[in-house]
Design a protein around this ligand. Structure first.
Ligand code: NAG
Ligand code: NAG
Ligand code: NAG
Ligand code: NAG
Ligand code: NAG
Length: 500
């Protein structure tokens, strides 16, 4: 049956390929034997793959949280729900300052707490009077979300995300399943139809232990969000687009898979934090981790607190962005309605530090070679691809014949000795996350090793600065053949290793 079928189709395929070959050689004469003159294709992907929106999200690297609301005025973290709207009066609120602070820090997405657990709404919701409409700010005619959306649009390059707390300590419908789910969805509908594009929405799993029982209709919420904003990313402990990293320190696991089994996840479940932290090499869902942490001790602004030291923020950066995670850094506006000068300054220092370390790739001009090349030299998958500016779609791919031998490597050889203390490796995650174990060698000596790589892995060398000419990345284990999209050697002047 199959053979018959095959024979019938064969001439047509042959004809097609002759036609294509003729056409190709007319326009681009390639002096190789017939049958070998096609451009090699990329290897098959290793599933699951990121969606287009997830890929764009991952490339943001650093995004910003804005915790703001009645807690800002009561010096608390979790409001009781009994706060009077009369306390909300950020007389100098200027969302343009939030947006320009974010942009100067290299942040392309800011996420605002539209409603925190206290139930106070930063926009004039039609469905409650517990909002800015009952506050003295702007005579009750203000709308913080409109201010933010307007400022972001006017600035350009900074997108808006929103946080809407499921747990609500103010609204009387909370605890009545039908009524509260209807209320929550009505508010989602307001937030996702009135303010233009919203790129991420945050569903917080936090809930007090004495809170009334409440069963959230997550499936309905998620479906409505996607219907209203199809390219949005939904964040929760359990996705469906972006997952929590399992802690509020801003640290991903040293092993950090963007893949996980969604069926094993639930929202507000303490027993899954370790699984969330590392992900799962056999996971059936692409659900990358977001690392949330505050620039200060608390999430809301408190007069008594000040921003973390630059060295702590850099440690967070290496342990989040440098471990295949996105960093969601909280920067809380103060009671004036502005981001405090000390935080603005610290963010600027952080951006300067990141640029100082990573703008120069000390390996950029060093010739690269590899254990093998898919399709041979000139086929488009050579090791030189790891030194170009594209960190997603140009990459080194080894030959399929290497599969299973475990001897994949890529090596750069510089003209003279190079001094560095950071090694950067990136995978072509558009075709799946693959690397399970890798090692880095300098002139034959092992200087770093680890498990996963993912979108970005940064090794800040424990031993401090090393010098050498030949640097090799060896991949010991991977799902399918490894695909390395970028490689860099960097010098971090802020890193004072305990060995130095
Ligand atoms: C919530 O439900 C559980 C189990 O149904 C019950 O044991 C508990 O007392 C309830 N809590 C409240 C605050 O109603
Ligand atoms: C918490 O997660 C574990 C592991 O997936 C699961 O067995 C348990 O049922 C979950 N608990 C709740 C309350 O969803
Ligand atoms: C995740 O799902 C895959 C496929 O069903 C399975 O092989 C793997 O064991 C699961 N992971 C865990 C931790 O259960
Ligand atoms: C809030 O920050 C701004 C600087 O951006 C500052 O001028 C103002 O005094 C601060 N307000 C308070 C209450 O600290
Ligand atoms: C890294 O190397 C050390 C020392 O050789 C070893 O103990 C450790 O298991 C290695 N880690 C990985 C992830 O391979």
């Amino acid at each position: 049956m199959n053979l018959h079928h095959h024979r019938q189709r064969f001439p047509r395929i042959l004809f097609l390929s002759i036609t294509l070959t003729t056409l190709c050689s007319l326009q681009f004469p390639i002096p190789t034997a017939a049958g070998k003159d096609r451009v090699p294709t990329p290897p098959l992907p290793v599933l699951p793959l990121p969606s287009f929106s997830q890929l764009k999200w991952q490339q943001r690297e650093l995004i910003m949280f804005l915790h703001f609301g009645v807690n800002t005025f009561t010096d608390s973290e979790w409001g009781t729900g009994h706060e009077s709207p009369s306390i909300f009066d950020p007389a100098g609120l200027n969302a343009a300052q939030w947006v320009s602070t974010a942009a100067a820090a290299g942040v392309s997405l800011v996420i605002l707490t539209a409603k925190h657990h206290d139930g106070f709404c930063l926009w004039p919701s039609k469905y409650t009077d517990h909002s800015v409409a009952s506050s003295p700010w702007k005579g009750g005619r203000g709308d913080v979300i409109r201010e933010l959306a307007g400022a972001a649009e006017a600035h350009g390059g900074v997108d808006v995300g929103l946080y809407l707390s499921p747990w609500d300590r103010h609204d009387r419908r909370y605890g009545k399943n039908l009524e509260y789910n209807e209320y929550y969805m009505a508010q989602l509908q307001e937030l996702l139809t009135k303010y233009g594009d919203v790129r991420e929405i945050w569903f917080d799993g936090a809930k007090g232990s004495n809170a009334p029982n409440m069963s959230y209709d997550f499936a309905d919420w998620f479906a409505m969000v996607k219907e209203l904003q199809s390219s949005i990313n939904l964040f929760s402990d359990a996705g469906p687009d972006v997952r929590w990293v399992g802690n509020e320190k801003g640290f991903a696991g040293t092993t950090s898979w963007s893949t996980i089994n969604r069926t094993a996840l639930s929202i507000g479940n303490d027993s899954i934090v370790d699984y969330l932290n590392t992900g799962d090499p056999r996971g059936t869902d692409w659900l990358p981790a977001e690392c949330d942490v505050s620039i200060r001790t608390g999430w809301f602004w408190h007069k008594s607190q000040s921003p973390k030291k630059l060295s702590d923020l850099l440690e967070i950066y290496y342990n989040s962005v440098g471990r295949n995670c996105l960093l969601l850094l909280n920067v809380p506006p103060n009671t004036t309605g502005l981001i405090s000068d000390s935080d603005v300054r610290r963010l600027r220092e952080l951006r300067t530090a990141i640029d100082t370390i990573f703008t120069t790739n000390l390996a950029a001009e060093c010739p690269a070679k590899a254990s093998s090349i898919r399709g041979g030299k000139g086929g488009g998958f050579g090791p030189e691809n790891v030194l170009d500016k594209d960190h997603l779609w140009t990459y080194w791919a080894p030959s399929d014949r290497e599969l299973g031998h475990g001897h994949y490597w890529i090596e750069i050889t510089c003209g003279g000795p190079v001094k560095f203390n950071v090694v950067r490796v990136q995978e072509a995650i558009g075709l799946g996350q693959r690397i399970k174990r890798h090692e880095i060698y300098v002139d034959g000596d092992k200087i770093a090793n680890g498990t996963t790589v993912g979108y970005k892995r940064l090794h800040r060398l424990e031993k401090g600065v090393v010098g050498g000419r030949r640097v090799r990345v060896k991949v010991l284990e991977s799902r399918g053949v490894p695909l390395v999209s970028s490689f860099g050697l960097h010098y971090d002047p802020y890193w004072h290793s305990k060995w130095q």
